[in-house]
Design a protein around this ligand. Structure first.
Ligand code: ARG
Length: 580
């Protein structure tokens, strides 16, 4: 069992034995290291509740704890803080247990979760907002899985709205000879598109501009959207080809970012459920007509700002994002998820409030299923505004990756050449972008600073990779020396003990990150773990250490840190190159 949890439960039972009731005792790293390694701050609250003197309670508990052989020193400070130093032997014993069992953290009671993340739009460019959703979502998925949840990830493609009508109209105007526009077209044949994905992406802004400038064109685009949604065989076939072209490129980028989805569903997959859902909603008399549209009102008395009704069917008989999201829930309900998480730009929150309310109000989703909006902030350029290209356009994810790749290449050793260089720089590029993106709380905006994020000695992805690669080569050398079984016997120096103390916090950091649905503490933890290890590494000569018991301890410590690094990097979906 987890070392800190064991010690916490000891404190809890001592408190209980003196009839002080607490729900949870939590030991946190001490803010005053000269007083102890960990501290417990709960006594003041207990004293207040019982109207007693906290100092007296603290002294009482401290005296009891010192009788326990795991506790070396318990110092009472201030109004009633407990500062705790553990016996080295207790730490060494636990370290050996970890080394042997390789069980670095404990799982939580299982839950079944669906994560809706990624959310790229067909025929549109993947931009940095899509990076954030993919990156945060993938890491949350891996974190939840590591902690024992059953998790399904769904990319939820944007493949059904008016944008599809606009693009298809533009394609029809440019290529009227395409097979799908001929009278003898067979619905189940594949439409050969004479364009690349890049062409396709360039089409969209043009198509959208044209439609916005001319109501007649907009009307046509809407009509095509309507026909698509009515399953018109020609437009549906064209749509399938566009989808295939578009997703091929997306998959490549996701592969480079080590992001993987279990489901490649999209808005269009919800279409088949719309009629039965509408039927259900109408039978429950939840829908009303308003200016030719059919809506569900979702406002509640508690609302400080108005929450507009959910638009189920527009006056032109097409449906949008709101309806497909609701119908997607209609489908997802069948899997009995405990929770459904949406990792989406925080500016879309209102939309999800509408959808969630409509889903629970209508009992499409039972009250026992938690729907959670996990909003994220914007990645900004140095000017504090959303990251733009040099000529002011939206920065695509690919452009961002190229930019970082150029910088990465500058920091790589010349010995790495050819294929290896390409592969390694791709891995480091992804690490640079992803680590930087996870470092602040997901909901805060951050400024993308290329130099800072690529710095191999800063709080960065490349720094963590360097440190990991170095540990790996040290362990390899140690193995070649055929050292007897690794064993924790003697930390000898404070810097080594500090590394181990830091490892003790792993469980808490994992649990807290899952609770907050943000990876920032985990990323920071990983950084400080490596930083603490590097301080130890810089001060000591591990492989040439004369005292066998110390040398063995230090190599064992390196092994633990290395293993935890790999584990956490895997949660952050960051790969480690062979060398860099
Ligand atoms: N496609 C949307 C966008 O690019 C994100 C989709 C979010 N997920 C959802 N179920 N609506 O902004």
């Amino acid at each position: 069992m987890n070392f800190l949890k064991i010690q916490e439960s000891k404190i809890k039972s001592i408190l209980k034995s003196f009839h002080y009731d607490v729900e949870e005792v939590s030991l946190i790293p001490s803010t005053k290291k000269e007083l102890g390694d960990f501290q417990y701050n709960g006594i003041m609250a207990i004293a207040k509740r019982m109207d007693q003197n906290p100092l007296e309670i603290a002294n009482l508990i401290a005296k009891e704890l010192e009788k326990d052989e795991d506790f070396a020193k318990v110092i009472v400070a201030g109004p009633g803080f407990l500062n705790i130093t553990f016996q080295d032997q207790a730490l060494l014993n636990y370290a050996n247990l970890l080394l042997e069992e390789k069980c670095y953290f404990e799982k939580l009671p299982s839950k079944k979760i669906l994560i809706d993340y990624g959310g790229p739009n067909v025929a549109k460019v993947l931009h940095v907002g899509h990076l954030r959703s993919a990156n945060i979502g993938e890491s949350l998925k891996r974190l939840a899985k590591s902690l024992g949840y059953e998790v399904i990830g769904d990319v939820h493609l944007g493949d059904y709205g008016l944008q599809m009508g606009m693009i298809m109209l533009e394609i029809q105007t440019r290529y009227p000879d395409l097979s799908c526009f001929q009278t003898d077209f067979h619905a189940d044949t594949v439409v050969d598109l004479p364009i690349t994905n890049e062409d396709l992406i360039n089409l969209y802004p043009i198509a959208s501009q044209k439609a916005k400038a001319d109501e007649k064109i907009m009307e046509k685009a809407r009509h095509i959207t309507y026909l698509l949604q009515q399953n018109d065989p020609c437009y549906k076939a064209l749509w399938r080809s566009i989808l295939a072209l578009s997703t091929k490129d997306m998959k490549e980028i996701y592969q480079e970012l080590d992001v993987h989805f279990d489901l490649w569903n999209g808005e269009s997959d919800a279409e088949q459920f719309i009629p039965e859902m509408l039927d259900y909603l109408r039978k429950k008399s939840l829908t009303t007509l308003s200016e030719g549209a059919e809506i569900i009102s979702v406002e509640e008395e508690i609302d400080k700002l108005p929450v507009p009704p959910l638009l189920l069917i527009k006056s032109n008989e097409t449906v949008s994002y709101e309806t497909t999201d609701l119908a997607t829930l209609w489908d997802r309900k069948k899997e009995n998820y405990d929770e459904i998480w949406y990792v989406v730009d925080k500016r879309q929150e209102l939309h999800f409030i509408q959808v969630f309310r409509a889903a629970t109000k209508s009992s499409i989703i039972p009250k026992t299923t938690k729907l959670e909006f996990i909003g994220f902030g914007t990645m900004n350029g140095k000017d504090g505004k959303p990251f733009k290209t040099r000529d002011g356009g939206v920065l695509s994810l690919r452009e961002l990756m190229n930019l970082v790749n150029e910088e990465t290449d500058k920091n790589m050793i010349p010995a790495i050449q050819g294929e290896e260089r390409i592969l390694t720089s791709k891995i480091i590029t992804a690490a640079t972008i992803k680590f930087a993106d996870l470092l602040s709380h997901r909901a805060t905006d951050y400024i993308f600073d290329l130099k800072k994020f690529s710095d191999t000695s800063g709080k960065t992805g490349p720094f963590i990779l360097y440190s990991t690669v170095r540990m790996r080569s040290l362990l390899k050398k140690a193995k070649e020396e055929k050292i007897k079984k690794l064993y924790f016997q003697n930390f000898k120096v404070l810097s080594a003990k500090k590394v181990f103390l830091h490892l003790l916090n792993l469980q808490k950091v994992l649990e807290k990150s899952l609770q907050e649905k943000s990876l920032h503490e985990l990323a920071n933890y990983l950084y400080y773990l490596n930083n603490t290890y590097n301080n130890f590494y810089a001060e000591n000569r591990i492989l040439t250490e004369k005292e066998e018991s110390v040398k063995s301890t230090w190599i064992a410590l390196t092994k633990l840190v290395y293993d935890v690094n790999l584990l956490l990097l895997d949660i952050l979906a960051i790969q480690v190159p062979t060398r860099m």
